[in-house]
Design a protein around this ligand. Structure first.
Ligand code: PMT
Length: 222
């Protein structure tokens, strides 16, 4: 068997969007449904891995045999992931984490008093970059959701965030990216290998991606 190394490994996966509060009734978020990350969690569990899934708010049902940690904001996702990072052998970050959040979230509902509204935003912590800096022996896998110059940006993130592998999708392509049951991805790893996959279900993408993780784990053992 070619994907045997994942059995009993601790795999930490993130999925879904984050929500960044404006006031008690409003937030900034994105179109992530969680389907990509949940598919990875499901397939990894089928391979016998110990899976922890840190998930932003989604409407889909939890995969079986997976430990679930529900979070809302980028900050909560960061804290949950950091708590699990030491014990993780493999980390796969498919969540669509907000890059900015409102700098001054309000305690009371905002009133409709002005014609125009400006919300001051501040950067969130880049979780994946933080994990790359803290990396001991973990195998770190990122995603890149792009609309243009996909390869350039993906390879940039692979290097900058100290990743072992990155999964790039052009989210403007029909059948790929947010919300769909399918995806079209290209895998890049730190050994300069590039694997272009055709349109397939997110579960099939998950299997292919885990097969490549298995291959990288084998490389590491040499
Ligand atoms: O959930 P679905 O509807 O199934 O959609 C799947 C998907 C499009 C969300 C998924 O395939 C995907 O591309 N996920 C990554 C989305 C993303 O935020 O990409 P990015 O290129 O902005 O970020 C690059 C990497 O850094 C990602 O691994 C992301 O998790 C991570 N990141 C980004 C910002 C941040 N503050 N912290 C992070 O860890």
């Amino acid at each position: 068997k070619t994907d045997d190394l994942l059995k009993n490994m601790n795999i930490l996966i993130t999925a879904g969007p984050t929500r960044e509060k404006v006031d008690p009734v409003r937030y900034f978020s994105n179109y992530s449904s969680g389907k990509m990350g949940y598919a990875i969690a499901e397939e990894a569990a089928k391979l016998g891995a110990n899976v922890t899934l840190v998930t932003g708010p989604t409407a889909i049902s939890h995969p079986d045999f997976v430990e679930i940690i529900e979070v809302e904001s980028a900050e909560e996702m960061l804290q949950a992931v950091l708590r699990k990072y030491d014990q993780a052998d493999v980390v796969i970050k498919s969540a669509a984490v907000a890059d900015y959040r409102p700098k001054y979230p309000l305690d009371k509902k905002m009133k409709k008093e002005t014609e125009q509204l400006e919300v001051k935003m501040e950067k969130t912590t880049d979780i994946l970059k933080t994990l790359g800096e803290l990396k001991n022996d973990q195998l770190l896998v990122g995603f890149a959701a792009e609309t243009n110059e996909v390869e350039n940006y993906a390879l940039g993130k692979l290097k900058k965030k100290n990743l072992d592998m990155i999964v790039a999708n052009n989210v403007l392509t029909e059948g790929a990216g947010f919300g769909t049951d399918t995806n079209i991805v290209t895998i890049y790893d730190k050994y300069n290998e590039k694997i272009e996959l055709p349109l397939m279900t997110k579960n099939e993408v998950a299997s292919k991606l885990l097969l490549h993780v298995n291959k990288l784990l084998r490389e590491k053992r040499k």
